[in-house]
Ligand binder design. Structure first.
Ligand SMILES: Nc1ncnc2c1ncn2[C@@H]1O[C@H](COP(=O)(O)OP(=O)(O)O)[C@@H](O)[C@H]1O
Ligand SMILES: [Mg+2]
Ligand SMILES: [Zn+2]
Length: 334
């Protein structure tokens, strides 16, 4: 996927903030060390003068230059040792006042040579996720908060399997999926009635994949499919442009989560947008998670045989069982 300029600029600004904060921290450390150990300030002044002399000697043609450099080097090492032992005496590590950086590969510049560093790509993906995942709240759902006791342990008369059994499997599948998420992960359909935790578990996956540096778009079907329509039909050029950028990101991000498919107004346009989304991402090998109340027959009726056969044949299906947790909560049952 090509880079979105505005998002790249924000990612680089974050690295710049990080550099600034680290420079401030380093300056503060130096100040505190100089206040406590004035001799270290003297040594640093002397080391700087030595550096200047060394540079001059390296260019000089004096016959004694080589010996002078050797002598200087010896004094330089002695000063460094003295400095380190002064710091150690004050209980500080030897590198306490050295340059501070998060990323040893690029020293927080974001580039290794002309190539963007992994840390810049991670920041970029995090920015993109913030931009695309309107549904993802900061304090939102986590796997640790998922409760199995929200689901009945009563076996279903026909299958002999309880909702809790079903949801236990669904839960561990999702947690495993999130931990191991990669471009090679399968696409998923979450199927089940309202209030069974589809949005909850897809949010957990979104958060975990985003935390591991993947770009994640987590959006409701009405809003995501509306972007396809706006990019095509909006009369407002800026709006059409913004929508086109979102569509490109939906098609190109590492993980797209389309929540609540079937709640949007179905038109021939939304049907073709859904097909484009599903098909492009499958072709490019990018995983998609779709959650829906609709069963296979309803999907075929609403979106046609092409979409239905893609979902049936190339997505893994997870069942959500039980009784509406939202309603039970309201009625005080949980
Ligand atoms: N297993 C669970 N443990 C705790 N809370 C849950 C669980 N499943 C769902 N909830 C809560 O119940 C409500 C409905 O869940 P939600 O994921 O929105 O259902 P769905 O998307 O399937 O309609 C939400 O407030 C959600 O946080
Ligand atoms: Mg939902
Ligand atoms: Zn880096």
């Amino acid at each position: 996927m090509g880079y979105n300029g505005a998002i790249l600029a924000r990612a680089r600004a974050r690295l710049a903030d990080r550099r600034r904060a680290n420079e401030e921290e380093q300056a503060g450390r130096l100040q505190r060390v100089y206040a406590r150990l004035p001799r270290v300030a003297e040594i640093d002044g002397e080391l700087r003068r030595q550096m200047a002399r060394l540079a001059a000697l390296a260019l000089s043609r004096s016959p004694s230059a080589a010996a002078d450099i050797e002598e200087l080097r010896g004094r330089n090492l002695a000063l460094q040792r003295e400095r380190a032992s002064l710091l150690a005496g004050a209980g500080l590590p030897e590198d306490y006042t050295d340059e501070i950086y998060h990323c040893p590969l690029c020293r927080d510049t974001g580039y290794v040579g002309a190539q963007p560093c992994e840390c810049l790509k991670r920041e970029y993906n995090a920015e993109l996720t913030r931009e695309l995942s309107g549904l993802l709240r900061d304090d939102g759902e986590r796997f640790e908060d998922f409760r199995l006791d929200c689901y009945s342990a009563q076996p279903d008369a026909a299958s002999g399997v309880s909702p809790r059994d079903v949801m236990g499997l669904t839960f561990s599948y999702c947690r495993d999926y999130a931990r191991k998420f990669s471009a090679a992960s399968p696409s998923l359909v979450f199927r089940g009635g309202p209030g069974l935790g589809k949005t909850f578990l897809s949010a957990c996956i979104a958060r975990e994949a985003a935390g591991r540096g993947f770009s994640v778009a987590y959006e409701s079907a009405p809003k995501a499919l509306a972007a396809f329509e706006l990019q095509r039909f909006s009369r407002d050029a800026a709006e059409a442009d913004a929508a086109a950028q979102r569509v490109r990101a939906y098609l190109g991000c590492d993980l797209m989560i389309l929540d609540d498919l079937g709640t949007e107004m179905t038109t021939s346009f939304s049907v073709s947008a859904l097909y484009q989304l599903v098909n492009t991402r499958l072709t490019d090998g990018r995983p998609t998670i779709i959650s829906t109340n609709l069963d296979g027959a309803e999907i075929e009726r609403r979106y046609g045989a092409q979409v239905a056969s893609r979902l049936a044949g190339e997505f893994e299906h997870l069942s959500f069982a039980g009784s509406d947790i939202r309603r039970m909560r309201k009625e005080g049952g949980l």
